[in-house]
Every structure is written in structure tokens, then in C-alpha cells.
Design a protein around this ligand. Sequence first.
Ligand SMILES: Cc1cc2nc3c(=O)[nH]c(=O)nc-3n(C[C@H](O)[C@H](O)[C@H](O)COP(=O)(O)OP(=O)(O)OC[C@H]3O[C@@H](n4cnc5c(N)ncnc54)[C@H](O)[C@@H]3O)c2cc1C
Length: 375
Amino acid sequence: MKTFDVAIAGGGLIGGTIAFELARAGLHVAVFDRQQPGEGSSWAAAGILSPAPENAGMISTVPLGRASLQLYPEFVASVEESSGQSAGYRARGTLEALFSTDAQEKLSTIIALHHGLGLKAEPVSAEDAREMEAALSPDLEAAVFRPDEACVDNRALTKAVLIAAERSGVKLFSGSNVQSIAKNGGRCAGLIVDGKKIESRWTVIAAGCFSAEIEGAAQYAPVRPAKGQMIALRGKDFSIERVLWSDHVYLVPRNEGRILAGATVEYVGFEKNVTAGGVQKILTAALELVPALADAQIEETWAGLRPDSPDHLPIIGPTDLDGLLIATGHFRSGILLAPITAQLIREWITMQNVTVEWARFSPTRFGEVARATNS
Ligand SMILES: Cc1cc2nc3c(=O)[nH]c(=O)nc-3n(C[C@H](O)[C@H](O)[C@H](O)COP(=O)(O)OP(=O)(O)OC[C@H]3O[C@@H](n4cnc5c(N)ncnc54)[C@H](O)[C@@H]3O)c2cc1C
């Protein structure tokens, strides 16, 4: 029987970043992943780092997103230093293009909303927007520039985090299926992995959209998969500098010249097919935003599964079972929220206290409903 200070189920960006953070705090940490770590949602994402809420329901995650965005430069620097690999971080802001005839009205509303939430946002005229990004459609009416926002190459970052974690002493077990949590005397005492007990003082469930399948975790992490399809394009004779948005699509530049376009949000179970309808939807909106993409080469298409919770908010923190913590449900923002999630879990494990308010994200909030559904 192996014994660790912390056993983590899931080696995506969330589990990997928590492991790296805890190992640097001097803890003996193990991560168990049933596939090759880093090949789940964290591989499939676009890597946009934007705390701006997509709708009113997401406003409560803004403080968490802002705190995480602030941690990003230092997080990337420490990961790159420890791993010797680049994470493809681009801190150049994001530009949201408005096309509607009521664009000016919409612009004022967006700017006021952002400022009310403490987020930087600047109104930009159509001419200035095209000055910033020459490839933008001539049809746009106005734009919003969010100077603090950024993007990162999530595939490179996740790989680098896992290397950095291992170099910091984390034991990474690939091809290791976590079946259930292990209980002992009314507390969580580790994990059952491929029929064997792994003993730990602390246990963290970070298995993305599969977290609810781990026996004993479903009541705290009732997540389901939200499929997202993506396309990687390579433009001919043009590039974009920063993340571009419209109401229907986002475009994300990578340092090696590709432009990622995404993404659909579909509730179709665990299948990850790329569909004609999904590709059509993304490409139609992408060409509306940047017409020159019509000549771009399609280099890759893929789909991934975001971990979505019943209220679409992340699930982070201790449960009512001593020793068991949850870190999942990050839905569309898990790349952004990885550093703050790791910081909060480290603070709780080492001090039983946290420096950022997290009650809203408690794994105990699903209570009786989840217990009844999952019993
Ligand atoms: C198309 C798309 C675009 C996105 N774009 C963005 C974006 O721009 N910005 C952003 O912030 N977020 C984005 N996201 C969301 C982000 O990718 C996720 O929120 C984040 O990656 C979740 O990380 P994770 O580590 O929890 O999950 P994952 O990366 O899925 O990792 C979970 C790991 O757990 C393992 N696992 C599962 N079950 C078990 C088990 N029983 N035993 C052992 N291991 C197990 C899996 O093999 C996997 O490696 C996007 C997601 C998608 C799909």
C-alpha cells in the first residue's frame, strides 16, 4: 500500500497545477490518470484567459477569474522555469467586435457592466479596431478592447505543468483508473486505484467531466460533459495579434501562426465527434469576423468535453467528509482558473484557511438533490 500526503484523481491542467503547487509547498503528492495525463479537456481548449462573464449567471465567478488572471504571469514564469518549456502565453488583450445596428448602445452597456465588475474595458471605434487588427471585417460597427486579457497555448501549458510537477517531486501515474474514494473511520483516507488502496491524508477529485463517475464523489461533483468543437486554421498572408470575439465565435492566435476558431457548446453525453453542422457554424461565424479566413487552410479539427456543473459554476473546496476535496466543474474557464484553484486548495490543505472568498463554489452546495439523484 502506497501512502502520500495528497492523492489527486485526474492529471489535467487542474489536477496537474494543484500537484505542482502542493509539491512546491513541500508535500508528497501523487496524481492518478486513467489515460495519458493532459489529454482531456485541457488539451482541447482554446486557452483564452478572460474573466468577463458571458451571462448574468457567471457574474459570481468574476472575482475568482480576476484573481487567477493576476496570478498568470508568475504562474507561467514558474512553470516555464521548472519545466524548461514555453507555455505560449500572449498578454495582448482581447477585442470584441460588434456588428449590430445598435452597436453603440450595446457598447455602452458592455463597458458599464465591465467597469461595475472592476474589469478594464475600452470602447473602440470601427476604424481604430481595424487599425489594431487589419484582418477584421469592414462591416463591424464598434469594438470593446479588454487590455488585461490574454491567452495561453493550453496544450503546451498543460504539458509544461506536468513536467514541472514531476520535477518538483510529484509521482504521476498514467493508465491508472480511480474507481472510488477510500473511507476509513468516517473520513476519506485516499483512493481505490485499479483495485488497490492508495492511502493519503488529503484526497482531491480533479477528474474533469468524469468526476461524478468516481464512487463517493458524485454527490459533491455532479458534473456532466459539455462538448465543444474547435478548428485550427492557418491564414494566408495575414495574421491576428490578439483574441478576437463576436457574438458567435472566437479566434485565438497561437505563437506558431495558427488561428483557433471555436467553439460549440453541446450536451450530447461523452461523445467527441466533429460534425458537419458544428464545423459549418464555427466557420460561418469565423468568416464573418475575419473574411480573409476564407483562404485559410484547415489544419485540424477536434472536440473536447468541458466539466459543467448544475449551476455552471466551478466546484472547489472541502466536502463534509474529512480529508476529501473537490476541484472540478470549471466549465468554459478551467484554463483561466487553474492557478487560483491550485492556490485555494494549497491554502486549505496547509492552513485550513483561504485568502479568496470561495463559499459560493463549495462542493456541499448540491446537498440533498444530488444525494437523491445519485443514490
Ligand atoms: C472546446 C473547448 C474550449 C475551451 N476553451 C477554454 C478557454 O478558452 N479558456 C478556459 O479557461 N477554458 C476553456 N475550456 C475549458 C477547459 O478546457 C476546462 O475547464 C479545463 O481544461 C478542465 O480541466 P480539468 O483538469 O478539470 O479536466 P481535464 O483536462 O479533462 O482532465 C481530467 C483528467 O482526469 C482524468 N480522469 C477522468 N476520470 C478518471 C478516473 N476515473 N481515474 C483517473 N483519471 C481520470 C482524465 O483522463 C483527464 O486527464 C475549453 C474547453 C473546451 C472543450
